[in-house]
Ligand binder design. Structure first.
Ligand code: ADP
Ligand code: MG
Length: 613
């Protein structure tokens, strides 16, 4: 008796995309199936080590390919951990991560090919690119009952009891008419060598009467010596481990010796992964102990800001039989992490010497990497030295703290920055006027993380790092223009403070403006308006809105005029009206919405008409 089970809606949707699109690289299905077989062998190896007595029944672990020209089928077989009924239902009929189908659809709509399929944790379904029916016979290690799973890849699958001599999985593909090539052993051999040579288990090709042939090198790539590994092999291993299809931007293969020994084969991709900024994004390192795969979930192995790094860490010094949970907190893991991070930073420093090359990395991962300034106390300054920013003087290029410092005048003691949503808008912010006038460079920061790292990195080398709202005291300078009368100015700011008390904390004058009459800022030390907008977008704001300050430019003719009008009671309502429009102007320049758009546009039209009449 077979159970008939429907695919989860997402699976059908995705299969439909996979099968009906014209993908050039159909052969990647084999890479995915071999990768799953290799994972299954890894899992069994680990299980056998931690549960003596289980699963020695299957002998040496290997992956076997059996093409059959008569039936037009190809079987990919392994003697790994196998699956029971529950596993089959949970793993081959659902998609673990919600939203995956949409990502796949997007990727295929945008022409980035289904080669990415493994990246989404749905590599198995690639089988349906070449097969119109897939039949699986599998038996889980430690269990007696075997199971058969059959599907045409359209609406669902059937599961029934079956027989299998020992643990493992056979995946039989009934090849589509246009996929008959995959029974050709010459072609299969070539695909395996290209995509799967680095797999640590023998991949054996069944040649019928001619016997069997092991096609790959079957030794874990990272255990080989650098000089024996070609660039292509490094690349293919990267594709295998990352499920990415780009080339690695950086390949770092090292052996650490000393009180703890470990090998690392690490990669930084060229392209960012689609989920780099998803909250549940896990790191990309696999931990092996003496070539036995332990876990790809040891979060402590590498800091979160380096979550885009892919690869393998293998250490014989870790104990195999401690639980994965204990491993998380092992001091050895901490040491490996520290050592690995410093190697990565050192390598980045070398690569940063070539600006164009480094920008490839920075554009993909700079935003995540900058989180390290906040997150990694020990390497804070070093990470900061590897960060690049837009500034008022950087032109088309980005700039570093060190370059900024090299352009500073003798008197300047601080690195100034401003935060906002967009470089273009920021560079026109009135708050920058005096800085531009005096030739003081300001960093224009637009990433959400830029609101946070300056809270911990308050100094770089001997330079304080200051938001420009903290710069008022640094901005005292001789000005020759006519200034509003002190007494009337005081009257004006008092009146406006009272009038706008629901909208701004206070109204003051500033030396920072040169062109604009007004500008909006916040009390020194409070959350910036940009951060407030970010929080509001995440529905987290209202509890702690910053106190806004409306700053007036006492040198601006408009402000001088308004202050003069303060002594004429008859002009009071006109002063109020103009002040309202000015507050709106200040909001617009900061990127905030005006409180009453129809009032604002009505007044604008009136003033414009006056101006042109
Ligand atoms: P991923 O490998 O990223 O988890 P796949 O779609 O390739 O995604 O595979 C889904 C799941 O199916 C695997 O995680 C595994 O649990 C199970 N699976 C696939 N092939 C095998 C196999 N040969 N042996 C045991 N389990 C397998
Ligand atoms: Mg897989």
């Amino acid at each position: 008796m077979a159970d008939k089970i429907n695919f989860q809606a997402d699976v059908s949707k995705m299969l439909n995309i996979v099968v009906n699109s014209l993908y050039s690289e159909k052969q990647i299905f084999l890479r995915e199936l071999i990768s799953n077989a290799s994972d299954a062998c890894d899992k069994l190896k680990y299980l056998a080590l931690t549960n003596p007595g289980i699963a020695t029944q299957s002998g040496q672990m290997k992956i076997k390919l059996l093409p059959n020209a008569v039936e037009n089928t190809l079987v990919v077989s392994d003697n790994g951990i196998g699956m029971n009924k529950e596993d089959l239902i949970n793993h081959l009929g659902t998609i673990a991560k919600s939203g995956t189908a949409d990502f796949v659809k997007n990727a295929s709509d945008n022409g980035s090919a289904v080669e990415l399929i493994g990246q989404f944790g749905v590599g198995f379904y690639a089988a349906f690119m070449v097969a119109d029916k897939v039949e699986i016979i599998t038996r889980k290690a430690g269990e007696e009952q075997a199971w058969k799973w059959v599907s045409n890849g359209v609406d669902g699958f059937e599961i029934s009891k079956a027989k299998r001599d020992c643990n493992g999985t056979d995946i039989k593909l009934f090849l589509r008419d246009d996929a008959k090539d995959y029974i050709d052993t010459i072609y299969l051999r070539q695909i395996i060598r290209t995509y799967s040579d680095h797999i640590g288990y023998p991949i054996v090709l069944d040649l019928g009467k001619a016997g069997e042939e092991t096609v790959n090198s079957a030794s874990a790539l990272w255990t080989r010596h650098k000089s024996e590994i070609t660039e292509d092999q490094y690349k293919e291993f990267y594709h295998h481990i990352s499920h990415n299809f780009d080339d690695p931007w950086m390949t770092l293969h090292f052996k650490a010796e000393g009180n703890i020994e470990y090998t690392g084969l690490l990669y930084i991709p060229t392209q960012p992964q689609y989920d780099l900024f998803q909250p549940d994004k896990k790191n990309g390192l696999k931990l092996y102990v003496n070539k036995v795969f332990i876990s790809d979930k040891v979060e402590e192995l590498i800091p979160h800001y380096l979550r885009f790094v892919r690869g393998v860490i293998d250490s014989a010094d870790l104990q195999l039989n401690i639980s994965r949970e204990m491993l998380q907190h092992s001091p050895l893991i901490e040491k490996i992490k520290t050592g690995t991070v410093s190697r990565i930073l050192k390598e980045l420093k070398k690569r940063a010497k070539n600006y164009d090359d480094y920008m490839t990395f920075w554009k993909s991962f700079g935003v995540a990497f900058k989180e390290g300034i906040y997150e990694d106390f020990g390497n804070r300054e070093e990470i900061a030295s590897l960060a690049y920013f837009v500034s008022t003087k950087s032109g088309d290029k980005l700039t570093t703290f060190d370059e900024y410092i090299s352009r500073c005048s003798e008197q300047q003691k601080a690195i100034y920055y401003i935060t906002g949503d967009d470089v273009k808008v920021l560079s026109n912010n009135p708050q920058l006027e005096a800085f531009n006038e005096k030739g003081i460079e300001v960093l224009l920061l637009t990433d959400p993380i830029d609101e946070f790292w300056p809270q911990v990195l308050t100094k770089y080398k001997d330079f304080a790092i200051k938001h420009i709202t903290q710069a008022e005291a640094d901005m005292v300078w001789e000005r020759k223009e006519k200034k509003a009368d002190e007494g009337s100015l005081k009257k004006l700011t008092d009146m406006l403070t009272e009038m706008f008390k629901d909208e701004v904390g206070k109204v003051t004058t500033t030396e920072k403006l040169t062109k604009s009459p007004v500008s909006l800022t916040v009390e020194n030390g409070q959350m910036s308006l940009h951060l407030e907008r970010l929080m509001r977008n995440h529905q987290q704001q209202t509890a702690f809105a910053s106190t806004r300050i409306l700053e007036l430019n006492p040198y601006h003719p408009l402000i001088i005029k308004l202050s003069d009008m303060m002594f004429d009671e008859a002009k009071k309502s006109k002063v109020e009206e103009v002040a309202k429009v000015l507050l709106d102007q200040a909001k617009i320049a900061e990127g905030e919405p005006v409180s009453d758009p129809s009032f604002f546009s009505e007044k604008m039209s009136e003033y414009i008409l006056n101006a042109i009449s």
